[in-house]
Design a protein around this ligand. Structure first.
Ligand SMILES: Cc1ncc(COP(=O)(O)O)c(C=O)c1O
Length: 365
């Protein structure tokens, strides 16, 4: 794997990082990539990791070096950053709409293999209009809603109809089915996708790729001959929501937010310098905003923009915590934290590796 090591002078990150800061432990990242790649290989899936979690070409390259056959991006802007960094096989798992984006998409397909998704005739018509005169047809997958209630056609028959529409559309080629199942519904999605595959085949279409995704379900999935490709995203960092779901342990979490205690107004309260602008206010089903690592009695009870508010979970109070102390917070949802910082810090255990630009941060168009 191509990830940097700490340098021979073995500097401690504690002496080099100002807060609030995102720390990412590359030892854990490497373990997570290897574990997930192996699991997908055991299940017979090719791996197309979703880079929305990290937004960093260097980490995408590490995923490819470990055996991934390409990457997934959610937004065209993320894909542009990844292509610029030399990555040449990308699925954009999103409906691309409007002349401005279609022109950017077309320019991108001249530099790399780009596959996109569609869940309506409207999206297909826009793609076809833009690509009718393209040198090579655009690969388009049908997005299927197997229970997430986000985007996607909602029945197998609709999937087959849209697949035929793509097949017939000038400038496009039908390249398969894509779903992002709701958590805990990965196995149910297999039945849905099997029916959609059969409906497509009855209509005379090949279904070269059936792509599913999601970290929490990867280790619960049963072996099957429907899914061909898997798109895990959060697994590279993991986060509190995945710990709470039982999918991983705190030791599997690579990303934490380092913060300083800036105020200790009463025995029961403290304020830290990480608020919603550093942690996001995403609770992801929790009652509070992250785990204060190593302090099971302390709750990150609420956030204002630049302050996090710590409270004691018991009558014991906050104990010895004092102004100037640093704490590490395991955020509820790592992917959104990645979008908040221009730079993060790579570490290996206690050692500093490098400050790292988050190249696709803010690439939401
Ligand atoms: C379309 C799609 N595929 C894959 C993923 C990765 O899921 P996870 O982060 O659970 O691994 C996501 C995450 O939001 C997604 O939206």
């Amino acid at each position: 794997m191509s990830l940097p090591k700490h340098n021979s002078s073995k500097q401690l990150w504690r002496n080099l990082v100002d807060t609030p800061a995102v720390l990412v432990d590359l030892n854990v990242v490497e373990r997570n990539i290897a574990r997930c790649q192996k699991r997908c290989e055991q299940l017979g899936f090719t791996v197309r990791p979703h880079i929305k979690t990290h937004k960093i070409p260097l980490l995408a390259q590490a995923q490819l070096d470990a055996g991934a056959m390409g990457i997934t991006c959610q937004k065209l802007g993320e894909a542009e950053v990844m292509v610029e960094a030399g990555i040449d096989d990308i699925l954009i798992s999103y409906n691309i709409i409007g002349a401005a984006k279609l022109a950017r998409l077309k320019a991108l397909t001249e530099k790399a293999r780009i596959i996109v998704c569609a869940d309506s005739g409207y999206v297909v018509a826009g793609l076809s209009h833009a690509f009718a005169d393209a040198k090579k047809p655009l690969e388009v997958m049908v997005e299927c809603d197997t229970g997430m209630n986000r985007c996607g056609v909602t029945t197998a028959a609709e999937a087959a109809n849209l697949a035929q529409e793509i097949f017939r559309a000038p400038g496009l080629t039908f390249s398969g089915l894509m779903t992002y199942p709701a958590a805990d519904q990965g196995n149910e999605a297999i039945t849905w996708l099997g029916q959609a595959k059969e409906a497509c085949q009855k209509a005379g279409l090949d279904v070269p790729v059936i792509s599913s995704g999601g970290t929490p379900d990867l280790f619960k999935l049963t072996a099957n001959d429907i899914i061909t490709e898997y798109r895990p995203g959060s697994y590279i960092y993991n986060d509190r929501s995945l710990v709470s779901s039982g999918a991983v342990t705190e030791d599997d979490c690579a990303l934490s937010v380092l913060t300083t205690v800036v105020s200790r107004p009463t025995k029961d309260r403290a304020a830290i310098d990480a608020g919603s602008k550093s942690l996001t206010s995403d609770t992801f089903g929790h009652a509070d905003f992250g785990t204060v690592l190593g302090h099971p009695n302390i709750q990150l009870a609420s956030l204002s923009e630049e302050h996090g508010h710590l409270k004691s979970k018991s009558t014991a109070g906050l104990g010895q915590i004092k102004v100037g102390d640093t704490l590490r917070i395991l955020p509820n949802h790592a992917c959104v934290v990645s979008n908040l910082f221009d730079h993060i810090t790579f570490v290996r255990g206690d050692y500093f590796v490098k400050h790292q630009t988050v190249a696709a941060r803010g690439a939401v168009k």
